[in-house]
Every structure is written in C-alpha cells, then in structure tokens.
Design a protein around this ligand. Structure first.
Ligand code: PSU
Ligand code: MN
Length: 302
C-alpha cells in the first residue's frame, strides 16, 4: 500500500469508500490539456453531477501543489481548470509532480494508478491514449495501454480517438491481455463517431454484465484493467468521413511542425476543435457525460 502521506482523499469520497458505496474516478488531463477554459470546468462539474444523479460518488483525480488528490472540491477543480502550465502526468512522472510540489492533470494511466491506490475500480473518461499514426517510425504508443494491462480498473471510454491508429491500438491491447468491450455494439466506436471499420473484440449489453465479467476475471486470478467502448450518443455524433478530412490535415501539420511526445495528443485535440468550429468540443462533452453515466451504473453493479 502506498504511503498515505502524499494523498488527500476528499471527505465525500472517503465516506463513500468506507461505507462500501459506488465511486467513479475521473481524470484531469482532459481538464488541463483536453479542453479550453471555461468549457473544461463546466464539463468537469456536469460530469460529477451526472455521477451523483446516478447515485454514485465522483472522485476527480489530479496533483495539486504536490498533493495527490482523490476527489477535488469545486474550488480546487475551478482553480485547476485555469492553471497555466499544468503538467500532463502519466506513470513516468506522477511521483515527480508529487516530489517537486507541482500541479498537473492525470492521464488515463496516472488516474488508474491513483484510483487503484484509493480502492476505486471504475473510471470514466473520453478517449484513451493509444498507438499513434506513424508509430512504426515515432514509437509513439501511449502509456495508457500498458496501464490497462496491469492495473485492475474498468475504464469507460468512447473508444480510441480517431486521431490514433485504431487497428494497431486494438492489436496492442490484445497482446497485453486487455479486454475491449463494445457496450451495446459489435463495432469499435471511434470517439467522435459511433462506428469505425473495426469490430469490437467483445460485446456486452448491460452494466451488470460488465461488472460480472470483471468480477469473474478476478476470481480466475486474471489481473488487469478492462476497456469499455461506449459509442457517443447518436445526436452528438460527427460522422467518421467528416472527421477524417480534419484528422489528415492536423496530422500533416503535426509532422511539419515537428510536434512530438506528450504534446501530440493535446495538439491534435485543439486542432480538431478549430477545424470543426467547436463541433468536436460539443461532441467530446456529450460523450464524456455518456461515459460517466455508464461508469456510475457499473460501479453500482459491482
Ligand atoms: N481524451 C480526450 N481528451 C484528453 C485525453 C483523452 O478527449 O485530453 C488525454 C487522456 O488523459 C489520455 C491522454 O490519457 O490524453 C493520452 O495522452 P498520450 O497520448 O500522450 O498518452
Ligand atoms: Mn504519446
């Protein structure tokens, strides 16, 4: 068990965990690097509200001035959403931010680590990081994939972002032994779009079935996380063909400008926002809300 000296569990979250209540973890890179102010704060507040409406407790995870926060107050969340120069924290640098007293948003990987430390087993996000297009040259493969293979947390996403190489992302997840479950669909969703050319490796149609699957894995001694791919609601979808044009444009800019490493995903997301005149942001918000609702139901079913 990690030393609690670095960790602050919000009172509401501590009470829910102690009483065996359902808790849903939320990431914060989407707040610090994924969306602009003030929509980032509004999205984060609404997502917490949805989880409460479903009868579960939200725990937004972040590092604030070197404290690993499991649950943010509204004031802390609002401050984080406006922090300039917040770090983007994954497994490699989560402890760096704590050691150096820094502030940062936690990616899917770092949020899974923190959630597991706190005893939270369900986590809602937008999309996970994955294998980037051109990874055969750049080697750019998100640490989220390794984390899914080792840390026993259910991650509810809208699939892999279409800015990634979805086919290679699915291959890596299979190699690492990560179940990828289409929720109510046979087709892998692609974040802004409900479909992609790729089949979902597994399919389940209820929160209860997802909870049963993860419980059974534990009973068989098969450790690790699970990726739920929950398609964006139809009324908020942007068709894949429409996104493909913008993705190709953003990708070629990225190559020209020489953007690499941690900056790649935030760069592509912000370009999508501009190129779609903000439509991609509305879709992003709708799908995160949709994922939060499902995550709360899974947490309750566990
Ligand atoms: N999905 C979004 N917005 C985001 C991200 C995902 O809609 O900001 C973030 C997540 O925190 C994810 C991270 O873990 O991007 C992946 O970054 P990278 O590709 O550098 O591993
Ligand atoms: Mn990367």
């Amino acid at each position: 068990m990690p030393t609690p000296e670095h960790i602050d569990v919000a009172p509401e979250v501590a009470a829910a965990l102690a009483g065996g209540g359902a808790v849903v973890a939320l990431e914060s890179t989407i707040i610090t690097h994924g969306m602009p102010w003030p929509q980032n704060n509004a999205m984060a507040a609404r997502v917490e509200e949805i989880i409460r409406e479903e009868g579960a407790t939200p725990a937004t995870i972040a590092v604030v001035d070197g404290r690993l926060k499991i649950g943010l107050s509204a004031t802390e969340r609002e401050a984080l959403a406006q922090t300039q120069g917040a770090l983007k924290l994954s497994r490699a640098d989560l402890a760096f931010a704590v050691a150096e007293g820094r502030t940062g948003g936690t990616t899917v990987a770092a949020t899974m680590i923190a959630a597991h430390m706190a005893g939270i087993s369900v986590f809602a996000t937008g999309g996970i990081g994955g294998v980037h297009k051109g990874a055969e040259k750049s080697f750019d493969i998100s640490a989220d994939l390794d984390e899914l293979s080792r840390t026993p947390v259910i991650v509810v996403s809208a699939g892999a972002k279409a800015i990634l190489d979805i086919e290679k992302t699915l291959e890596v997840l299979e190699t690492r032994g990560v179940p990828v479950v289409g929720f109510g669909t046979d087709v892998m969703p692609a974040f802004w779009s409900r479909t992609s050319p790729f089949p979902a490796p597994l399919r389940l149609d209820s929160a209860e079935a997802i909870a049963r699957f993860q419980r059974t894995r534990g009973e068989l001694g098969i450790s690790g996380g699970m990726l739920i791919a929950n398609p964006v609601p139809a009324d908020a979808e942007i068709p894949a063909e429409a996104m493909a044009v913008h993705i190709a444009a953003a990708q070629s800019e990225l190559d020209k400008k020489g953007v690499t490493g941690k900056a790649v995903t935030p760069y592509l997301l912000s370009r999508m926002l501009d190129l779609t005149d903000g439509a991609s942001l509305a879709t992003n918000i709708a799908l995160v809300e949709n994922n939060a609702r499902l995550a709360a139901r899974i947490a309750k079913a566990l």
